[in-house]
Design a protein around this ligand. Structure first.
Ligand SMILES: Cc1cc2nc3c(=O)[nH]c(=O)nc-3n(C[C@H](O)[C@H](O)[C@H](O)COP(=O)(O)OP(=O)(O)OC[C@H]3O[C@@H](n4cnc5c(N)ncnc54)[C@H](O)[C@@H]3O)c2cc1C
Length: 321
């Protein structure tokens, strides 16, 4: 095992050092991995650029142990404190490049604060949601604007909702929202409509209105949506908006490494959260096991950390070679 991790403030450069594990991403997956690695007594650097799905103002109501729900930011603060207790210091920064060391010795990572070496890496960098592009849209996320029926379908109970989406996956979500409310409109962007005839037929049968248009702005009255202005000048009303445009995984930095990705760019992992590349593990929304949930990300981080920890045992601590 290496030396204990040096403590460094959020703005100070991490020492150019070798860590047993470098965890990229400090959302629920990365933090869960960090708690486990700290408790395994592995020197661990957790680098996080602070822009993930955890960083919006949403209140998570389906994560076990919080009967009144917990804000994603609060949950992260609790996770940081827990990881710190076991010697992990989260560093605010960005990994900009990652390369293989020879002979499967690990990886070099160029970060905004200098170069570090990880004997193992856990990639927990999440995804980027494709939010609508109207001005102020991001400020609405987690309050009036959502993306996930599993997370926030419950809050649509008997409310009027506007769904933004162009493909059959959005149509399927629209049909599933009927469990919660009958007042569902699907807004399809002009020129981007890829709804199949089957989807249209089922939407029609479910009483779901399909309209063509694009949101220009959303006017609020207090915390409630007063109206939604389309680029055509038309005004709509809805209590909540769901953006169903999809997301892109944060795996661009891995493209030059021999890591198997799905056609969508998600990281392929085995049941132990190992990738096909030795000493490289992945967890959370960025993997092909994702279910876009905090609970799954936390589970993934724990699994990846156990696999990384096992790889770090020297021969004297193993029966197998
Ligand atoms: C509005 C909203 C509501 C939600 N509601 C719920 C809910 O009610 N229940 C639920 O279970 N889930 C909910 N989710 C989903 C949940 O937030 C995600 O599933 C979870 O955050 C995924 O965790 P993660 O660690 O995989 O990724 P993230 O939380 O996205 O964290 C990834 C981190 O990696 C960092 N990163 C990326 N690239 C780099 C790099 N190169 N260098 C350094 N850092 C990097 C990012 O900045 C980010 O901080 C919601 C999400 C949103 C947006």
């Amino acid at each position: 095992m290496g030396d204990p991790p040096a403590s460094h403030s959020a703005d100070a450069a991490p020492p150019a050092a070798t860590y047993d594990c470098v965890i990229v991403g400090g959302g629920p997956a990365g933090l869960s991995a960090a708690v486990y690695m700290g408790r395994f007594r592995r020197t661990t650097l957790l680098i996080d650029s602070g822009e993930g799905r955890w960083a919006y103002g949403q209140h998570n109501e389906n994560y076990l142990g919080f009967p009144k729900g917990v804000s994603a930011r609060r949950l992260r603060a609790l996770g940081v404190a827990q990881a710190e207790r076991f010697g992990v210091v989260p560093h605010h920064g960005r990994v900009e490049q990652i390369d293989l060391l020879p002979a499967q010795q690990g990886f070099t990572l160029a970060t905004t604060a200098g170069q570090v070496i990880g004997r193992t890496v856990i990639w927990a960098a999440g995804v980027r949601d494709r939010w609508p592009t109207f001005r102020g849209a991001r400020r609405l996320v987690g309050k009036q604007l959502f993306w996930c029926i599993v997370c926030d379908g419950w809050r649509t109970l008997d409310r009027e909702i506007l769904l933004l989406g162009n493909i059959d996956a959005a149509a399927e979500d629209a049909l599933q929202f009927l469990t919660y409310t009958s007042r569902v409109t699907l807004l399809v962007e002009p020129g981007k409509d890829e709804l199949s005839p089957t989807a249209r037929r089922k939407l029609h049968a479910g009483g779901i209105q399909v309209r063509s248009g694009e949101v220009r702005s959303v006017r609020l009255k207090g915390q409630a949506i007063e109206n939604i202005l389309l680029t055509s000048g038309e005004l709509l009303h809805a209590d909540l908006i769901f953006s169903l445009y999809g997301s892109d995984p944060n795996t661009e930095l891995l493209r030059h490494l021999p890591i198997t990705l799905t056609p969508r760019g998600m990281i392929n992992i085995d049941p132990k959260y190992q990738t096909n590349l030795a000493r490289f593990y992945a967890a959370g929304d960025v993997t092909d096991h994702h279910s876009d949930q905090v609970a799954s990300a936390v589970h993934g981080g724990a699994q990846a950390a156990q696999a990384a920890n096992y790889a770090l045992y020297p021969p004297r601590q193993r029966l197998s070679t």
